[in-house]
Write a protein that binds this ligand. Structure first.
Ligand SMILES: Cc1cc2nc3c(=O)[nH]c(=O)nc-3n(C[C@H](O)[C@H](O)[C@H](O)COP(=O)(O)OP(=O)(O)OC[C@H]3O[C@@H](n4cnc5c(N)ncnc54)[C@H](O)[C@@H]3O)c2cc1C
Length: 559
């Protein structure tokens, strides 16, 4: 049986940061990725990564922590948020030492741009390709440290034996073999689940695999109802126009040419937090001041030189998709599904309630983002909690002998996958996936109502039944993307189900979760996390988990 001290599932930023840390600590590390690691969705991150570097004396880690708490609409866990903000400056300096080329100010210091919901310009960046630059930096470090990389290996299930995590079952996509990989500690870093929506900024690989694998193995999912809609995405293909554009001074205008954001956020305007800006745009569109379901991102006044220097990628993306050159014309944009605040429940060390199982990055809910994530905090989360989870896992692995692999799991996964290949039920992956995506757009969108959420729930229940009748065209073993697509769809259905269930239960509006029938935040009843537990062939079991407050009591949230 394949075996490691630490097994990292995921080769994006969180996974690579964890693998590098564990390898630096001298452990035997394996890292599994269903796609080549540098193709992970982290590579699409544009705008930047937050840290109170002290470039401005009045910006402090405490200010970063407070902005994050306020951004979270007071439901983020404040002990984790404080640690997160304190770790940020050294995370940037570490990346810099590893060779990450950040954009600079004229005096040579790392440049920082203003981002939504932040009191100071705090977002470090590499032009508008920040994620890609960091991803390549970490990939180099994985090579230097000889991390054993299982490239194009697809994890299908988590092994838990006598209450302890002990690795995963994985499909080697290149030859179709299904193997057990035993580990003392397993770290999930499998990214988000944007593909459960019909339209999203997320790459094809963001299918909630780790969330679902952990959930099915008995680990709770937390706060799944909090789904972020990014204010500036292209309508045609969902592609993101970075918040860095507004950070550099771009305006949002409606069909009448008005800069409407100051009506909704008198102080911050375009740089209010994302939930506020997305709702404002949707209101403008709903009240007839949009054009064809869009408002506009106006960069013209920034001038060609600044656009080409700081935002070249998004100019090109918009030009390719719409034929509009942002230098000369405003770009039509719409709010789009972007980020998963909820995920696998962990503490501030990345540990889940099951010993030996950790989670970091977008698949985890630590919870630092609460009901709404601030732009630039997600890349930071991957670096900070990638490192911390590896440290904790290394410590744990040093104390235990290798646990047993779940004896039945390998065989049951082999027969489950064999049955999928043999199934002649007639349902198609793409049909079920598209119907799920539409149910999520309607049930779990920016504005939510119990009746539409319930329609979504019923739909997902029905799709889960139809999923059992999926037939695949490709019955082969080698590079069978039909098969991996079907496995991903199964994971996404779990994500969809827990999200809608949480949205129906939470009778208030907080952060990105807006219930038209309960328009206000209700701290008395709902200042708590939603915990979803798996029940085979039944609806998820929902419960509460307390929010940790250290020093910031909830206040009215205005920008
Ligand atoms: C377009 C876009 C722009 C963004 N811009 C910013 C930004 O400027 N600043 C910011 O802070 N945040 C940004 N974000 C959010 C941020 O980029 C992500 O939240 C973060 O990079 C996620 O990193 P991750 O390591 O958790 O996951 P990912 O980078 O998504 O990596 C997941 C990894 O898990 C692997 N994997 C998944 N399932 C399996 C499986 N079953 N078996 C094996 N391997 C598996 C994949 O192969 C992949 O390697 C952006 C997101 C998008 C979509």
């Amino acid at each position: 049986m394949l075996q490691h001290d630490i097994l990292v599932v995921g080769g994006g930023l969180a996974g690579m940061r964890a693998a590098v840390e564990a390898a630096e600590l001298g452990l035997d590390v394996g890292m599994l990725s269903k796609i080549h690691p540098v193709r992970s969705h982290s590579g699409a991150a544009q705008g930047g990564i937050n840290a109170a570097l002290g470039n401005r004396e009045d910006d402090t880690t405490d200010a970063h922590a407070f902005d994050t708490v306020k951004g979270s609409d007071y439901i983020g866990d404040q002990d984790a948020i404080e640690l997160f903000a304190e770790e940020a400056p050294q995370a940037i300096i570490w990346l810099e030492h590893m060779g990450c080329i950040f954009s600079r100010m004229d005096d040579g210091r790392i440049a920082q741009r203003p981002f939504g919901g932040a009191s100071f310009p705090r977002t470090c960046y590499c032009a508008d390709v920040t994620g890609l630059v960091i991803l390549h930096t970490l990939w180099e470090q994985c090579q230097r440290l000889n991390v054993k990389v299982y490239e194009e290996w697809f994890a299908t299930a988590l092994s838990v034996q006598t209450g302890v995590g002990s690795g995963v079952v994985a499909l080697n996509v290149t030859d179709g073999t299904i193997e057990a990989i035993r580990a003392k500690a397993t770290i999930f870093a499998t990214g988000g689940a944007g593909r459960s929506f019909y339209k999203t900024t997320n790459g094809l690989s963001s299918t909630g695999d780790g969330m679902s694998m952990a959930y099915r193995a008995g680990i709770p999912l937390l706060d799944m109802e909090f789904v972020q809609f990014h204010p500036t995405t292209l309508k045609s293909n969902g592609v993101l126009m970075t918040e860095g554009a507004r950070g550099e001074g771009a305006y949002l205008i409606n069909a009448l040419g008005e800069r409407f954001m100051f009506k909704y956020a008198p102080t911050k305007g375009e740089l209010a937090s994302r939930d506020v800006v997305s709702r404002a745009e949707q209101t403008e569109i709903n009240e007839g001041r949009g054009v064809d379901g869009c408002v506009f991102l106006d960069l013209r006044h920034l001038g060609k030189q600044k656009i080409m220097e700081r935002l070249p990628q998004i100019r090109e993306l918009a030009l390719d998709a719409t034929g509009i050159d942002a230098i000369d014309e405003p770009v039509p944009i719409t709010p789009g599904m972007h980020y998963w605040m909820g995920g696998i429940q962990t503490d501030k060390h990345g540990a889940t309630p099951v010993p030996g199982v950790y989670a970091a990055g977008e698949c985890a809910c630590v919870s630092v983002h609460g009901a709404n994530r601030l732009g630039g905090n997600s890349l930071l989360e991957t670096i900070v909690f990638g490192k911390l989870s590896a440290r904790h896992a290394a410590d744990y692995a040093a104390r235990i002998s290798a646990p047993d692999f779940n004896a039945n799991l390998l065989e049951s996964e082999r027969s489950r996958i064999g049955a999928m290949l043999a199934n002649k039920g007639g349902e198609r992956v793409n049909v079920v996936r598209d119907e799920m995506g539409k149910a999520m757009m309607e049930g779990a969108g920016i504005y939510r109502l119990p009746a539409t959420i319930q329609v979504g729930i019923n739909r997902i229940r029905e799709l889960k039944q139809r999923y059992k009748q999926i037939s695949l065209d490709d019955k082969g073993r080698v590079f069978n993307t039909d098969l991996t697509g079907a496995l991903e769809l199964g994971f996404l259905l779990d994500v969809a189900e827990t999200t809608l269930a949480g949205a129906l239960r939470r009778e208030e509006s907080r952060g990105a979760h807006t219930r038209l029938d309960f328009p206000d935040r209700d701290d008395e009843k709902w200042m708590k996390h939603t915990q979803a537990r798996y029940r085979p062939d039944a609806d998820p079991e929902l419960g509460d988990k307390q929010v940790t407050v250290t020093k910031w009591q909830p206040q009215a949230r205005v920008y």
